[in-house]
Design a binder for this molecule. Structure first.
Ligand SMILES: Cc1ncc(COP(=O)(O)O)c(C=O)c1O
Length: 423
């Protein structure tokens, strides 16, 4: 079967399992083969054993419904365990299962940070709330602003691509309900000045959220490896909430993020309770209703399986790979890395004056089987480096140099950038 020829009609009779699975393989024929390590971002693979543990735990609880942990206390227990383990890693002052919630991912965690901030603002009479966030903060916050009626004010980043404090201060007022800093931000992989942003947010009584969706499961282990890590977790005064994705550098099955709150009252701002429905009392911690137990069990099991020493090792090898890519990129004439990445996310750009078009370089990498995303501000190629890429760093650097050589004098016609798509 050729790709795109998949059946679009419900069959009158069910089909044989073998045939279905053969067709599933056919359907995947054009998918990026992340197993080769040539896909950056999108897939975080902890290796065969970690993947198997996550998969088996996921499948074991896939049918259980986290909508109602009273019916499935196992999910409530695992949820509490995952929240408590994460809270401990992030130096929450009272780490327990009651200081936050699991969500389906970084986007849902960020949506919830916006909702919680709006509720607190409402309680103090803010009717036209706004949030102040750097241009580098994740686009899911804009989705949150639009969804919850919070105006979005984007402030510039400094020359080092971290949030500009003066511009932030100037944008704050009594309508501001939320300020966000990232640890690190997606586009350039740098950590915003978290203590300073937290202090600024406090001057107007706004929530301060740290988006550690990327860093939450790596920065703690970098610190344990004696790496220098700028302050970003609950040891910083004034942080309202932190999001940390488990399905990224926690290497758990997809559908797992955690949002933690420093104070109970702020955590309660996140929840939705409704007792006026004929269907019964409705209590919901985040956006979803019915939710598979799979991601909760998968996360719990992988955290237990990998343990702190396993995460330190995953962090060590991934950090080393990212640093080799940074150094190797800078060794290619005409190429550079944007700013100084604090972790394992980086953006490859062309030196001003080199005449090199970085999107033409990306075309060359694509032709050689690599998957990276193009971004703007500045035009660059984004690489989120994770364990799956570690084995192919030398190949990547050789292909990068070859793609750059081929790109001399070439300008890519397609100037579009790509993070996600509707297709
Ligand atoms: C810093 C940051 N925050 C939030 C998100 C959104 O996470 P998700 O894709 O799990 O919704 C991402 C995704 O890459 C991210 O890099």
């Amino acid at each position: 079967m050729s790709a795109g020829a998949e059946p679009r009609r419900l069959p009158d009779e069910g089909r044989p399992v073998d045939e279905i699975f053969a067709e599933l393989s056919d359907l995947a024929v054009d998918d990026r083969d992340w197993r080769t390590g040539r896909t950056f971002g999108l897939v975080f693979d902890g290796g065969d054993d970690v993947r198997a543990v996550g998969r088996d735990a996921y499948v074991r609880f896939m049918s259980e419904n986290a909508l109602n942990p009273v019916a499935f206390p196992s999910l409530g227990r695992m949820h509490a365990g995952v929240v408590a383990m994460t809270a401990g890693l992030l130096h929450h002052p009272r780490p327990s299962g009651d200081v936050g919630f699991m969500t389906a991912g970084g986007t849902e965690s960020l949506l919830m940070s916006v909702k919680a901030a709006r509720e607190r603002g409402r309680a103090r009479g803010v009717t036209e709330p706004k949030m102040v966030i750097p241009t580098s903060a994740h686009a899911a916050l804009d989705k949150g602003g639009e969804s919850f009626g919070v105006e979005i004010v984007r402030i510039p980043v400094r020359a080092d691509y971290r949030a500009d404090l003066d511009a932030t201060a100037a944008a704050l007022d009594d309508r501001t309900v939320l300020v966000v800093g990232s640890a690190p931000g997606y586009p350039h992989g740098v950590i915003d000045p978290i203590p300073e942003l937290a202090a600024l947010a406090a001057t107007v009584g706004a929530n301060f959220h740290v988006d550690a969706c990327m860093g939450g499961m790596m920065l703690p282990f970098m610190e344990q490896l004696d790496e220098v890590v700028p302050p970003w977790d609950f040891r910083v005064p004034g942080i309202t909430s932190i999001s940390a994705d488990l399905h990224k550098y926690g290497y758990t099955p997809k559908g797992a993020s955690v949002i933690l709150y420093g104070e109970e009252a702020r955590r309660l701002d996140q929840v939705f309770l409704f007792d006026g429905w004929s269907g019964g009392f409705y209590a919901s911690s985040a956006m979803l209703g019915t939710r598979s137990g799979g991601p909760i069990a998968g996360a719990w099991a992988v955290l237990q399986y990998v343990g702190a020493s396993g995460y330190r090792e995953l962090t060590r090898v991934t950090l080393d790979a990212a640093r080799r890519i940074v150094a190797g990129t800078r060794a290619v004439p005409g190429l550079d890395v944007v700013g100084e990445p604090d972790m394992t996310l980086l953006a490859i750009t062309a030196d001003a004056g080199s005449g090199l078009d970085v999107f033409a370089v990306e075309d060359g990498l694509g032709a050689r089987g690599w998957h990276l995303d193009r971004q703007s501000g500045p035009e660059s190629i984004h690489a989120t480096v994770s364990r799956g890429n570690v084995a192919v760093v030398d190949e990547f650097l050789a292909d990068l140099a070859a793609a750059a050589a081929d790109a001399r004098g070439v300008r890519a016609d397609d100037r579009s950038t790509s993070y996600s798509s509707l297709e």
